[in-house]
Design a protein around this ligand. Structure first.
Ligand SMILES: [Zn+2]
Length: 143
């Protein structure tokens, strides 16, 4: 079998072409089209997620009273303010259970309350929000 003459169907335009067995685009135009489309979609997804993380962070910032090491807040209040519990920047298993982070805030969940603390050493959100996202998924291995 000649691996350079396999009949292939372009992933983007469905045109038949021949090429290496790992080639999935008929040419550079379709490859570029795909790359731009993937980037557009991932940018939209990450911007939507960053928007929610930013909102969550702003809610915690507004409610957290400096001077308290750990503060209890009602889950219901957070939900009423639009807090989305499914969005956090990291999570870890602690002795007391799961601890979730939203940038510099850490919280654990109780039945009706959250225990919130502030970690000044964690990464600052302002830098993250100012950053222009330039990461693009390396597609080189596809073609
Ligand atoms: Zn094509």
């Amino acid at each position: 079998m000649n691996q350079f003459n396999d009949e292939k169907k372009c992933f983007v335009c469905s045109k038949q072409f021949t090429g290496r067995s790992n080639k999935i685009f008929c040419g550079i135009n379709c490859k570029n089209h795909y790359t731009l489309e993937v980037r557009r979609n991932t940018n939209a997804d990450s911007e939507a997620a960053m928007e929610i993380l930013h909102k969550n962070n702003e809610i915690l910032k507004a409610l957290f009273q400096p001077g308290f090491q750990i503060q209890k807040l009602p889950k219901l209040l957070l939900q009423q303010l639009g807090f989305e519990f499914g969005y956090y920047t990291s999570s870890k298993v602690a002795e007391s259970g799961m601890v979730y982070s939203i940038f510099r805030f850490d919280f654990s969940l109780e039945e009706k309350m959250i225990s919130l603390s502030y970690n000044p050493k964690a990464e600052d959100i302002t830098d993250l929000l100012k950053r222009k996202y330039t990461y693009s998924f390396p597609l080189a291995f596809l073609n």
